[in-house]
Structure formats: C-alpha cells, structure tokens
Design a protein around this ligand. Structure first.
Ligand code: NDP
Length: 253
C-alpha cells in the first residue's frame, strides 16, 4: 500500500480538475487522475512525475459507467480524498425548448457520476481513518437562472447528495465538503455548453474583469482538504468580485 495519502480527482483532464491535481500534488498527495481522455491525463501524470511527484496514476474512467467505476476502485490500494469534479453543462435552453437527452446526460455525470464514485470509494475512505469526499457543485446548485434549468437541476442534485451524505455518515471518519463556484473561466466548460460555438462561449465572460480561474478554485479545494480532519468545510461558495449573483454581473463593455 502507498505510504502517501492518496487523492482521486475526477475530470482531471482539463480546467478545475487539472488545476486541483497540480495543487494537491504540490501539497504532498499522491494524485490519481480520472477522466475519459486518457492521453491528457497520461501527459499530466508524466509531467507531475517529472516534477518529482511520486506514484501519480492516470485512469480512463467514465464516471457514468458503474462497472468501469467499480473496476477502477478495485484496483486502488488506498484513498484518502475523493474530489468529485467531473461534470458540466449542456445547452442554455429554456424549459419549454430543453432537450431531454441533454438533461439526462447532465444528471448522469453531475449526480450519478458523483454517486458512483462516492459509493465505490467510501469503504477505502473510511478505512483511511480520515477520509474526505469533496463535491464540486456550483452556485447553480443553490439558485436558478433563466436558460439554466437542466444544469441547475443536476447541480441541485449534487448539492443534495453532499448534504444528505454528511448527515448519514456523521460519526464515521469521513467528512463531506462542497465547493460551489460561480463564474470560472476555463477553456472548455462554456465551449461544451454551447456545443463548440466559441463566440457564444466568449459572451459568457464578456466585459467581466476577472472571472475566477481554475487555479482559484483549486486553491480553495486544496485549502479545504488540508484543514485538520476534525474541521469540516461544509459548503464554500466562491464567486468573482464582479459577480454578485447569477444574474447580477458587472460587465465593463
Ligand atoms: P471542464 O469542461 O474543463 O472539465 C470537465 C471535466 O469533466 C473534464 O476533465 C472532463 O474530462 C470530465 N468529464 C466530463 N464527463 C465525464 C465523464 N462522464 N467521466 C469522467 N470525466 C468526465 O470544466 P470545468 O473545469 O470548468 O468544470 C469542472 C467542474 O466544475 C464541473 O463539475 C462543472 O460543472 C463545475 N463548475 C464549473 C464552473 C465554471 O464556470 N467553469 C462553475 C461552477 C462549477 P473528459 O472529457 O476527458 O472525460
């Protein structure tokens, strides 16, 4: 068994997950990278290994595929931290026009993906004696906005999962942390949401002086994870200064 505390990060192939992997490795964790694009996480594993971080692993796992998640968990010798970060949004359609297939896909990754990974790794997290389940939800898990209902409903699901799990496992050596970011400018999140339309993706951030970066969120995740085990950061809401709410954003246009 590895002597180093081990952190599993889902969605480590880009954005917040990739930045979190870098930060947690720098904080002394052996990081285990999970995503569907194996080439990207293998390259990151190689880079982190080259920088002196030992034992970094990359695993191609689709978190919506329960059999794949279980097979991954069976191969893991230790898990101290699980960062459930894989997720995202599809579309900005109003309820009247929303595509049920996109709603289903968002529920699959943002809610069932978290459920699969958490169920599969909870025994190892408990056995660690001081485990952490962290869920990257969103401010979309706490409030709604027009055109957001499919994503908002899914992130509310992730929020409820975290809150309920915390109630259910109190008294065990596992804590549940939820990090809820507002507007974060990552390379792929909005591009995926707008089905590859770069101009539409750019408009999300138009005139916003400083949206959060992946590194900002990774920094908060790492801070929460590295508190002493008896300290539980239940819920941390993080927004750029220019964003007071989903619908109240200061834009310098
Ligand atoms: P990205 O699109 O850059 O990252 C999403 C990650 O999830 C990718 O690494 C992707 O990897 C992975 N992923 C998607 N589907 C699956 C799957 N089925 N199985 C395994 N991995 C999967 O977005 P961000 O970094 O911006 O977002 C990360 C998280 O933060 C998401 O949960 C998002 O909802 C949340 N968030 C983002 C905000 C933002 O404004 N950017 C704001 C608030 C929350 P791959 O394709 O290789 O599988």
């Amino acid at each position: 068994m590895s002597t180093q505390p081990t952190a599993v990060i889902t969605g480590a192939s880009s954005g917040i997950g990739e930045a979190t992997a870098r930060r947690l490795a720098a904080a002394g964790y052996r990081v285990v990278l999970v995503a569907r694009r194996l080439d990207r996480i293998e390259a990151l594993a190689e880079e982190l290994g080259g920088a002196g971080h030992e034992g970094v692993e990359a695993h191609r796992v689709d978190v919506t595929d329960r059999a794949a998640v279980d097979a991954f968990a069976a191969r893991l010798d230790r898990c101290d931290v699980l960062v459930n970060n894989a997720g995202g949004a599809l579309g900005m359609d109003r309820v009247a026009e929303g595509d049920p297939a996109e709603w289903r896909a968002m529920y699959e990754v943002n809610v069932l993906g978290v459920l699969h990974m958490t169920q599969a790794l909870l025994p190892a997290l408990t056995a660690s004696g001081a485990g952490t389940v962290l869920v990257v939800s969103s401010t979309a898990g706490l409030g709604t906005y027009e055109g957001g209902a499919g994503y908002v409903a899914a992130k509310h699901g992730a929020h409820v999962l975290a809150e309920t799990l915390r109630l259910e496992i109190v008294g065990t050596p596992v804590r549940v942390i939820e990090i809820a970011p507002g507007m974060v400018r990552t390379d792929e999140f909005s591009l995926t949401r707008f089905r590859g339309d770069a101009a539409a993706a750019d408009r999300v951030y138009a005139g916003v002086a400083e949206p959060l970066t992946a590194a900002d969120v990774a920094d908060s995740i790492t801070w929460a994870v590295t508190r002493p085990p008896h300290v539980n950061v239940d819920l941390l809401v993080l927004r750029p200064r220019a964003q007071a709410s989903h619908t109240k954003v200061h834009r310098e246009l």
